[in-house]
Structure formats: structure tokens, C-alpha cells
Design a protein around this ligand. Structure first.
Ligand code: HEM
Ligand SMILES: *[C@@H]1O[C@H](CO)[C@@H](O)[C@H](O)[C@H]1NC(C)=O
Ligand SMILES: *[C@@H]1O[C@H](CO)[C@@H](O)[C@H](O)[C@H]1NC(C)=O
Length: 508
């Protein structure tokens, strides 16, 4: 039975029970007016859950046009606020950052991320703070990102050679596939110090995991209904979690056998070196870093880096294919700088202004985490005369913010990089017109790594090759639909035909 049908059935049944309950058992609630932000009418039990649909970022955008940029929703038992304007985002993520710096516990991360012990879903507090510091320092700092440059260069070099061969025979290439494999290889080399495991499809497990974590799971909103697992999500989370655990065990065991932790060679070694250390947790308790914590951290770092960068690259290449004008300007910019006899190097990137604009424009239209990662309010607070209760969930619709016509003018839906000519973005928490990396204390710590990867791959792809869509697709009818999860990948995979355009057209 579809989710909608099941929900309907249960809804009818429970409305009845609910009304009885309300009438006979519940004293009339006193109505001291705590003003809530406006929002759509709710149904008993499920509140507004039934309204979200297949693409919640789009549904929430249209609801916010009606109810306003700070909107209340009732998701089952969870009061929720949805922010859909840059002004609202600034108020919640900057002015009141610390109040909204926690994450709700959701079943997906409880089951798959070892009790929400990874970075993205751990609650605000000393554990999160020290793990974030650790990961930033050991993997994501500017110097670590620079040190991993040779990995990116090598993997990209291998791919360019493969594509050269494809280009000789005019082959149609599954761009989604090669991009995802490339990013996967780069991330594994950085974090695991090795290539893919042939016996596991880790990338697929992570994709499934991200879809599950993005899903609006009844178990998170109506716990007593969650027991029935009507959407099958609990089952799916458990299954994915089990598969992931096997891979992580293998990764850790392999590292334990081969390395000494005084001389860490990759991020797994580094994480293993803090095994058994303790973290001061407020309230006098110490937390010992055990194997499950190590697994949670590793899993979430891999998860956070794989799907994000590849999504941005796929969307950017899709838009470039739809806009030959933009493609040409970008190729000219790169060629003017590096000529047509060599590949792009990371050190060239700082000279590519137009590339920056192309990437900013892609992130504006396709913020890969369209609703960021949910926040949870840590205390009772009044903002703009609205009183917001502790534990209220806050969803920031980054997707809607990037497409707000009041900020981005009538052509907000159009891919037009030139809009960034006068507007340099740095995503460090000063601009709120486009917030693909979130903002405040919970902002993405992988911006530098993500950006350098995305920019290098795009630059290399368009510098080394001209790209054409397969013969049955024209730029104007390339399907640009998205799928919803914690991230928004393309609904249809991108295919294109490369032709090599550098001067050394022979194969090494
Ligand atoms: C271009 C690619 C990327 C985009 C668009 C992106 C976007 C985001 C967003 C929107 C959030 C939520 C922020 C919030 O709640 O305000 C986030 C969190 C996070 N990202 Fe990224 N990300 C990218 C790449 C990466 C990479 C390469 C890593 C490396 C491991 C990474 C690691 C994380 C982590 C650990 C968090 C959780 C932070 C926390 O809760 O404290 N991201 N990212
Ligand atoms: C293209 O690649 C994707 C992602 O790896 C894969 O799921 C899909 O089946 C591929 N499409 C074709 C036609 O091979
Ligand atoms: C928030 O308000 C509720 C009542 O509206 C109260 O029960 C709760 O203790 C308050 N929380 C804090 C942290 O003050």
C-alpha cells in the first residue's frame, strides 16, 4: 500500500479516537496566547505530515508563499518551524545561532550512525564540539586539504585518460557514473588510504542511507505509530546499518593489523589513534571513545564527502550542457590562463573568476542539502514576537532561499552565473542570500575540501573535453528533475559525449 493510502486509512481511524479523547478526557487547554508563526491547518495525529509529498523542498516553498517565510508546521507531535527567506535564516542561524545549534534525534541517524554519534547528527555539546574540532584539524583544515591535492590530481588524471579513449570512438559516457566513481575514489584514498572495496558497494549503501535520513519518517514524528513501520523505513535503516557496519568493521580491522598509530597514514589511522581517550562531557561524566564512536565518525565523514561534491558537479555539468554560452565563456577563461597544452592544476583555480560564478550559481539553484540538516531549538525563545518552544524542530529551506525572486529578481529560476559578477560569495556566514553550506556553528566544515574538489573536476572536464548531449536530447529538453533525500541528486543520470580538445591529442 502506498504511504498516502496507508496514512489516509490510519488517519480516519485515529481522527475518530482522537476526537473522543479530546472531547472526554482532555480538559480544555488554557489559551494564554503564545503566538506561533502562521502555518497551514493541521490534521489530528499527523499534523501536516501528509502535505509534504515527494519533493518536500518544493512543497514547503509553495506553502511559505502562502504562510510566510517563518512558518509553523506540526509534523506529527513535533512542532516545526520552516524558514524560507534569507532574512529568516540570518535571524535563526546568526543572531540566535547558539539556540538552534543542536540536531533532533532521528531514527535514521540513531540506527545508522551508532546512536547519532557522527558529526552531522550529534547533539550540541562537548562531545560534538571536540569531535568537530578533531575532524576539522585532522582532515578538513586548509593544510590537510592542500596535502591531499596529489590524490585529486592522480585520480582525475586516470579518468581523463579513460575519457580520451572514449572520445576517440565517440562513446556516450554515463557522466553521473564517472563523476560518482571519481569522487568515491578520491574520498577513499584520503580517508581509508586505499581504493574501492570490490566486494562491497559502499557508495550505494551511503546513498541509500542519505535517502533514508532525509525521509520524513513517521517514527520520528508519531512515535507510537512508528512502531508499525508503515513506510518500511525502520526495516530499511536496520538493513543498511547492518551492511555499513560490516564494511566499517573490515576497514578498521584492516587498519589495526597494518599500521602503527604513531605514524598515521590516512584518516582512519588518525581516528584510531584517539581510541580509548576520554572526552569531558558536562555533568562530570567522561565519555570514552570506543569502537562505535570511531565507526560513526568515519561513516559520517565518508557520507558527508561523497554524495555532496558529486551532486554539485553533476548539476553544474548539466547546466553547462544546457547553456553552451556559459560553457564557452568558461572554457575560454580556463584556456586563456593555462593554454591548451596542459591540464588544469589546483594552483590555477584562484585565477578562474567565471568558474567561481558557475559554481556559486549551481549551489544557489541546487544546494545539495536542500533543507540543510534539521536543527533543534535548545531553549524557549521569542523571535520576531513569535514564541518558540524548546525542542521545536527548525527546517531551513535553503533551496527556496536560493530561488527567492525578491532577492534574486524575476529570473531567479534561470541559470545565469553573471548575477555573481558583483557579488563574491565566501560562505563563511556573512551572506544569507544563498546558503548551500548552512551557517553558524553547524555550518559545513568541509567547505574548502568540497569547493576545491568541485572546482578542479569541473575545470578539468571542460578544459580537456568538449561535451555534447546524446543525439536524442537537446539542451532545452535535458531532464532536470531531482530526487529528494538528505541530498538532492538528479532524478535521471546525465549522459554526454566527450571530445578531447587539448593539443597533445595522442594517447600516452
Ligand atoms: C560542495 C559540497 C558540500 C556541500 C554543499 C555541503 C553542505 C552541507 C550542509 C548544508 C550542511 C548542514 C549545515 C547546517 O546545518 O547549517 C553540512 C554539514 C556537514 N558537512 Fe558538508 N557539504 C559539502 C561537502 C562536505 C565535505 C567534503 C565534507 C567532508 C567530510 C563535509 C562534512 C560535513 C559535516 C561533518 C557536516 C556536519 C556539521 C555539523 O553538524 O557540525 N561536507 N554540509
Ligand atoms: C549510469 O550510472 C548510474 C550511477 O552509477 C547507474 O545507476 C545507471 O544505471 C547508469 N546508467 C546506465 C544507462 O548505464
Ligand atoms: C520552556 O517552557 C515550558 C512551558 O511552556 C517549560 O515546561 C520548560 O521547562 C521551559 N524550558 C526551559 C529550558 O526553560
Amino acid at each position: 500500500m502506498s504511504f498516502a493510502a496507508t496514512t489516509m486509512l490510519y488517519f480516519l481511524l485515529f481522527t475518530f479516537i482522537y476526537l473522543l479523547f479530546k472531547l472526554f478526557l482532555h480538559p480544555k487547554q488554557n489559551t494564554i496566547n503564545h503566538k506561533k508563526p502562521p502555518g497551514p491547518p493541521t490534521l489530528p495525529i499527523i499534523g501536516n505530515l501528509h502535505m509534504l509529498g515527494k519533493l518536500p523542498h518544493r512543497t514547503l516553498q509553495s506553502l511559505s508563499k502562502r504562510y510566510g517565510p517563518i512558518m509553523s508546521l506540526q509534523l506529527g507531535q513535533v512542532p516545526t518551524i520552516v524558514i524560507s527567506s534569507s532574512k529568516g535564516a540570518e535571524s535563526f542561524l546568526k543572531t540566535h545561532d547558539i539556540v538552534f545549534a543542536s540536531r533532533p534525534k532521528i531514527q535514521g541517524s540513531e540506527l545508522m550512525s551508532y546512536g547519532s554519534k557522527g558529526l552531522p547528527f550529534s547533539e550540541y555539546g562537548p562531545y560534538w564540539r571536540s569531535m568537530r574540532k578533531f575532524c576539522t584539524l585532522k582532515l578538513l583544515s586548509a593544510s590537510k586539504v592542500e596535502k591531499s591535492g596529489p590524490i585529486r590530481k592522480e585520480e582525475l588524471g586516470v579518468l581523463v585518460n579513460t575519457l580520451k579513449k572514449a572520445s576517440l570512438v565517440g562513446e556516450v559516457v554515463n557522466v553521473s557514473e564517472i563523476v560518482e566513481n571519481l569522487i568515491e575514489d578520491i574520498v577513499y584514498k584520503m580517508i581509508l588510504g586505499r581504493g574501492k572495496y570490490e566486494q562491497f558497494d559502499l557508495k550505494k549503501m551511503i546513498k541509500d542511507g542519505l535517502t533514508l535520513m532525509g525521509a520524513f519518517n513517521l517514527a520520528d514524528y508519531v512515535p507510537w505509530l512508528g512502531i508499525f513501520d508503515l513506510q518500511g523505513l525502520t526495516q530499511a535503516c536496520k538493513k543498511t546499518s547492518k551492511a555499513l557496519d560490516e564494511v566499517l568493521e573490515m576497514i578498521i580491522t584492516e587498519h589495526e593489523q597494518t599500521t602503527n598509530t604513531d605514524d598515521p597514514k590516512d584518516f582512519v589511522d588518525t581516528v584510531l589513534s584517539i581510541m580509548h581517550q576520554t572526552i569531558d562531557v558536562e555533568g562530570g561524566q567522561d565519555l570514552v571513545i570506543d569502537r562505535t564512536i570511531i565507526k560513526a565518525i568515519l561513516l559520517d565523514m565518508i557520507g558527508a564527502s561523497i554524495d555532496t561534491s558529486s551532486n554539485v558537479i553533476e548539476w553544474a555539468l548539466s547546466e553547462l550542457l544546457r547553456h553552451p554560452r556559459v560553457m564557452k565563456i568558461l572554457q575560454d577563461e580556463i584556456q586563456n590562463e593555462v593554454g591548451n597544452k596542459r591540464m588544469v592544476e589546483e594552483k590555477d583555480l584562484k585565477n578562474f573568476n567565471y568558474l567561481d560564478m558557475v559554481v556559486d550559481e549551481t549551489l544557489r539553484l541546487y544546494p545539495v542539502a536542500p533543507l540543510l540538516i534539521p536543527r533543534e531549538c535548545r531553549e524557549n525563545i521569542t523571535i520576531d514576537d513569535y514564541s518558540i518552544k524548546e525542542k521545536t524542530r527548525v527546517i531551513v529551506n535553503a533551496w527556496a532561499i536560493g530561488r527567492d525572486p525578491d532577492v534574486w529578481s524575476e529570473n531567479a529560476e534561470e541559470f545565469y552565473p553573471e548575477r555573481f559578477i558583483e557579488k563574491k560569495m565566501n560562505y563563511l556566514g556573512q551572506e544569507f542570500e544563498s546558503i548551500p553550506f548552512g551557517s553558524g556553528r553547524r555550518r559545513c566544515p568541509g567547505i574548502q575540501l568540497g569547493m576545491i574538489t568541485v572546482k578542479l573536476v569541473i575545470a578539468q572536464f571542460v578544459h580537456c573535453f568538449n561535451w555534447e548531449l546524446p543525439h536524442n536530447i537537446s539542451p532545452s529538453n535535458l531532464n532536470m528533475e531531482e530526487k529528494f533525500g538528505l541530498t538532492i541528486p538528479r532524478a535521471q543520470h546525465l549522459h554526454a559525449i566527450p571530445s578531447y580538445r587539448l593539443d597533445d591529442a595522442k594517447l600516452e
